[in-house]
Every structure is written in C-alpha cells, then in structure tokens.
Design a binder for this molecule. Structure first.
Ligand code: ADP
Ligand code: MG
Length: 286
C-alpha cells in the first residue's frame, strides 16, 4: 500500500481462517499501483491513480467511494475487461490479461440475464460452456445454487417474469455456481427498494457463512460497506486514490442504527469527503 493515509488496524481478515488454509501465504488477488485511464473525446480521463490493495481468501473486501471515483473501473480491470495504464493486477500470482471463469461479475443492472433462457438454463449454461460440465451435472449444480437463493420453484421461469430482487438472486446463483476464485459484485443491490436491498444483504451474508467465497464488492453506500465488508478500502473522489483501509469485521446487519455503527458512518464520511490532511495515520476508524 502506498497511501500515506492508510490506516492500519487490527488484522481484518476473514473470520474463518480454516476455510482455505493452503492459500494463506499469498493473497489470491493483488492490485499494485494500478492507474487506469480512458481515452475520451475531450482527451485522457484518469479514473484511478496508483491504487493498491490485496484481497485474502474468504475476505469480503469492499471498494467504497463516491460516484465516479473509479470503483467499477477497478472491478472491470480485475475482471479482465480492461487493461491498466500502470501497475499490476495478479490473480494467484499471475497477471490478469483477460476475462476468465475464475472471476465472475454480478452487475447492478437487472438485464444481465439472457431473456430467452429460463432461470435454470441461465445458471446451467455457463457451467457447460466454461466449466465443461455435462448437461446433467450443470443442471444439478444449477438447481443446488438456485435452492441456496430460494428460487427452485422458479427454475422454469423466464427472467422477465421475475422481480428485480429475484433476477439478482439468479445472477448471484449463476456466479456462485461457477465457483470462481473471486466473486466480483458491482453495486448489485443499488437498484432495489430499501427492504429488498436489506433482505439481499442478509442473504448474501448467509451465503458467505455457508460457502466462504472470496468477495470483492463495490458500493457507494457507507452503511452497505460496513454491513457487507470485513475490510473496506476507501477511495477518494475522481480520480480514485486510496484514502484508507479499515476493518469492518465487527459490524453486520445487527449493528445498523447502533451508536457505534453511526459513529463509524460519520468517521468514514469525514474520511471520504474531508480534508486528508486532517487524517492521522494512527486514527481508529471503525
Ligand atoms: P464509479 O463506478 O466509482 O462510479 P467509474 O469507474 O464508472 O466510477 O468511472 C470512473 C471515471 O471514469 C469517471 O470519471 C467516469 O466518467 C470515467 N469513465 C468511466 N467509463 C468511461 C469510459 N468508457 N470512457 C471514458 N470515461 C469513462
Ligand atoms: Mg460504478
């Protein structure tokens, strides 16, 4: 990490260190000094500036920052959809050069499911193509993950008959069924109503309790970051730079609204939008 404002706290790694003990020496995802630029009509737009972070096995690692700070850009670079201008992205020590089934993205948009496939086909199809499973194996695994998101009864339905929340559940089932090395989520609940959003956060955490997948989650909501993440990387407004990294290990849905939670929200708000000169390296954030 290069930011002088980086806040080192107590170890913020995933609760269950037994999940994948063999991989603990090297973090599965290493993002080093990554600068990403777009060539726009008006010239070059720098989206992120020398961003570094590492995601450990079974982390729920959140990228948090205001709109336009380059969160989606970073996620797309990790997914292999675009190449950094500077720096490196390593997955299990190997440079990311392309998209691959080891990194699956769940997007915010409800239209990420092919409309001509049923729910089950949506989940099973990538398993056949990218994981080379037989039709039967793919269907069985699809049903297993649809059960996990409570959608077995809708296996034969087409996406347009589902609510937004149900579509996102299908997208999550489809992603988890691929058993990626890292699951990437770009504001997956941002377009949902508040109640559904909360329910989906709860379900995602429940799924994590069951599967201990490694998650890189993007949000602009401080509350959502504290609820979902065990570690949070704060990014400054455009172009995104690392402001701080902090532990959110002790917060969850249960802590929302509590005094300690609200204090953490205010502190993070100050860190995101305040004057970085006010930030002392030794400050505790959350
Ligand atoms: P966030 O997800 O944090 O809201 P983005 O990663 O979408 O931010 O965008 C970061 C910056 O890069 C913004 O200033 C945005 O306008 C710019 N940007 C994003 N995509 C493109 C693109 N395809 N062409 C040019 N500029 C882009
Ligand atoms: Mg975005």
């Amino acid at each position: 990490m290069t930011s002088q404002y980086l806040l080192h706290e107590e170890p913020a790694h995933a609760a269950d260190s037994n999940a994948h003990p063999e991989t603990h020496n090297q973090p599965p995802l290493q993002v080093e000094d990554v600068t990403i630029e777009y060539q726009g009509l008006q010239g070059v737009v720098r989206a992120t500036h020398r961003v570094s972070f590492e995601v450990d096995t079974a982390d729920r690692f959140v990228l948090l920052g205001p709109s336009g700070c380059g969160k989606s850009t970073l996620l797309k670079a990790v997914a292999g959809f675009l190449r950094p201008r500077g720096g490196h992205i390593l997955l299990d020590g190997h440079p990311v050069v392309d998209a691959g089934p080891d990194r699956i993205v769940v997007f915010q948009e409800f239209d990420q499911l092919p409309s001509w496939k049923t729910v089950q086909q949506n989940v099973a199809f990538p398993l056949r193509v990218a994981r080379s499973l037989s039709r039967r194996e793919a269907n069985d695994r699809a049903m297993h993950y649809l059960e996990k998101v409570g959608l077995v009864a809708f296996a034969g339905a087409y996406p347009h008959t589902l609510s937004g929340g149900m579509k996102q559940r299908v997208a999550i089932a489809r992603a988890l069924a691929m058993q990626p090395r890292i699951l990437l989520m770009d504001e997956p609940f941002a377009a949902l109503d508040a109640l559904t959003r909360r329910k989906m956060q709860e379900e995602l955490l429940q799924l994590w309790e069951e599967e201990h997948f490694t998650l890189l989650f993007v949000t602009h909501s401080i509350e959502e970051a504290l609820v979902i993440g065990n570690r949070i990387l704060l990014l400054s407004p455009h172009p995104g730079r690392v402001r701080a990294e902090l532990s959110a290990q002790r917060f969850g849905l249960h802590s929302q609204g509590g005094t300690e939670f609200q204090a953490a929200v205010s502190r993070i708000h100050g860190l995101l939008f305040g004057n970085p000169i006010d930030i002392q390296p030794s400050q505790r954030v959350a």
